[in-house]
Ligand binder design. Structure first.
Ligand code: PGA
Length: 251
């Protein structure tokens, strides 16, 4: 499978920044071919603006950073999966640790979102990750196992390979303190084993498992050379088109 690299812009970039970004990113793409699948996760108000500017890039993934599992209703401030679908946005990050930490996202809501997305032929980018404390007290494997099992509860085996899993240790996000390649590989291999137990080996081979947490062009190689790491979810290093492009070149 090709590596998948998603730039998570989080709550950054104004329209004027996105215009400049798209311009220089497309220029870079003209100069050199990229061998991985890639895309951008964009905040709600900028999603359609950025989509218009980026969608003519072949194969580009345009993703939301969140979506609600209800079709509509009294959920002030939320965007439903149907509203994304209306604009042919088929990808969404689900359960990012910042959503869990600041907006009370739980494994239960994450599971509802995953199920509704799969039912509607969408592609969830499911984030899991342990805290610093859980890494130190060595409960991280149990923590991730329970997040994955709860998030994928009730998923049909025929849909499972559409899920992209991003392993993002919380202590590595935005801190510059990235996981070692051994630790990241250990966890991604462990996640793949859980997928075999939940579904089967064929599904586990098809599911892309990404690493996220302070990935940049300088450390990307060490992750992409690991057997069970199929790409990256990238925050800070995706905000500059040149830095992001340099990272894509490593895949
Ligand atoms: P970072 O963010 O690359 O800035 O650490 C990763 C993420 O939150 O997806």
């Amino acid at each position: 499978m090709k590596n998948i690299i998603i730039g998570n812009w989080k709550m950054n970039l104004l329209e004027k920044d996105i215009e400049k970004y798209a311009d220089s990113f497309k220029k870079l793409l003209k100069e050199e071919k990229i061998n991985c699948d890639f895309g951008f996760a964009i905040t709600g108000i900028n999603l359609l603006f950025a989509k218009k500017l980026l969608e003519n890039i072949k194969g580009v993934i345009i993703s939301s950073q969140n979506c609600h599992y209800q079709t509509n209703g009294a959920f002030t401030g939320e965007t439903s999966y149907t509203q994304l679908l209306e604009h042919e946005i088929n990808y969404s990050i689900i359960g990012h640790s910042e959503r869990r930490q600041y907006f009370n996202e739980t494994d239960i809501t994450v599971n509802k979102k995953v199920l509704v997305m799969l039912k509607n032929k969408m592609f969830p980018i499911l984030c899991v990750g342990e805290t610093d404390e859980e890494r130190t007290n060595k409960t991280f494997l149990q923590v991730i196992e329970s997040q994955i099992k709860a998030s994928l509860n009730g998923v049909d085996k025929n849909d499972a390979s559409k899920i992209i899993i991003a392993y993002e240790p919380i202590w590595a996000i935005g801190t510059g303190k990235s996981a070692t390649s051994d630790d990241a590989e250990e966890m991604c291999a462990f996640i793949r084993k859980i997928i075999i137990d939940l579904f089967d080996a064929e599904v586990a081979q098809k599911i892309a498992i990404l690493y996220g947490g302070s990935v940049n062009a300088d450390n990307a190689d060490m992750y992409f050379s690991q057997k069970n790491i199929n790409g990256a979810l990238v925050g800070g290093a995706s905000l500059d088109p040149k830095l992001f492009f340099n990272l894509l070149r490593k895949a």
